[in-house]
Design a protein around this ligand. Structure first.
Ligand code: PXL
Length: 276
């Protein structure tokens, strides 16, 4: 059995809570070898995004070719893409390499409110990327932007989920964490069965929530890379996010990171006596 491979196409968060850093930790925690294609370098921490430096679309495409030509990922995930040029290059790259098991996290805004995908980028994502996706994982605001209708509760989330499935993905996961309340409902519309499931969890108290969406979509991609069925991949990813939220290490002054990895560190092995 060879190690499953997943690749994220996402922005860099140097504070490690969101973006490709969160994705790589999630891949490792979920038993998958992780590759990463950088779409933008951000300067940010738990309190907000200070600056964004986009990577040229041709360089994004070249990174995808380098990874796909050598490692043949069994699943892909997209996160922050920035603008329509990068969205188009990513869609072309995925087609060129006949990428299977694509999870699209339609990242549009940071927790602190910074725009991470332009308006034309949203249109390109809908037109070019969703037709290639197996799973799409919007929050309520992203579901509204993609469908052009308000999404303020479970009923509207279900309608938006079906509208998104009509654009390509087999599964739409509309996450409800941004609504107030002790219970969070994620709506999962499954085109294969025609059924819509409500995954309920208790809200984990605390501010360690930065990168929750990145982590969920990366975990879905990891389970797909392992050969898990799409609906089980979504359910397993939800359980992983819950555990990571409970392990949040309480770092930073703002919205802190999740605890992606089990906190048991690798053992120290001492150098020979006399060398120390
Ligand atoms: O959580 C969305 C997100 C995704 N990717 C990058 C980000 C953020 C939020 O700040 O910075 C790179």
């Amino acid at each position: 059995m060879s190690l499953p491979v997943a690749c994220t196409v996402a922005g860099s968060d140097p504070s490690g809570g969101a973006g490709l850093q969160a994705d790589l930790k999630t891949f490792a925690a979920c038993g998958v070898y992780g590759a990463s294609v950088v779409t933008a370098v951000t300067a940010q921490n738990t309190t907000g995004v200070a600056a964004v430096h986009p990577i040229p679309a041709e360089m994004v495409a070249a990174q995808m070719d380098a990874v796909a030509g050598d490692l043949a990922p069994g699943a892909w995930k997209t996160g922050m893409l920035g603008d329509e040029r990068v969205v188009a290059a990513v869609a072309e790259g995925l087609r060129r390499h006949r990428a299977a098991n694509l999870v699209v996290d339609p990242v549009m805004r940071s927790t602190s409110g910074r725009t991470l995908l332009s308006g034309p980028g949203v249109d390109a994502l809908r037109a070019l990327l969703l037709p290639l996706a197996a799973v799409v994982t919007p929050n309520l605001e992203e579901a509204a932007a993609l469908t052009g209708r308000p999404v303020g509760g479970v009923e509207e989330a279900r309608e938006a989920g079906w509208a998104l499935c009509a654009l390509g993905p087999r599964l739409a996961v509309v996450t409800g964490g941004h609504l107030p309340g002790a219970r969070i409902v994620d709506v999962v519309c499954d085109l294969a069965t025609g059924r819509c499931l409500e995954l309920e969890h208790l809200r984990v108290p605390g501010r360690g929530t930065h990168g929750t969406g990145c982590t969920l979509s990366a975990a879905v991609a990891a389970f797909l890379a392992r050969g898990t069925s799409p609906l089980d991949a979504v359910t397993s990813a939800g359980a992983y996010v819950q555990a990571a939220l409970r392990r949040a290490p309480g770092l930073g002054a703002g919205h802190g990171p999740l605890g992606h990895l089990d906190p048991e560190p690798a053992a120290v092995v001492h150098a020979p006596r006399g060398e120390r």
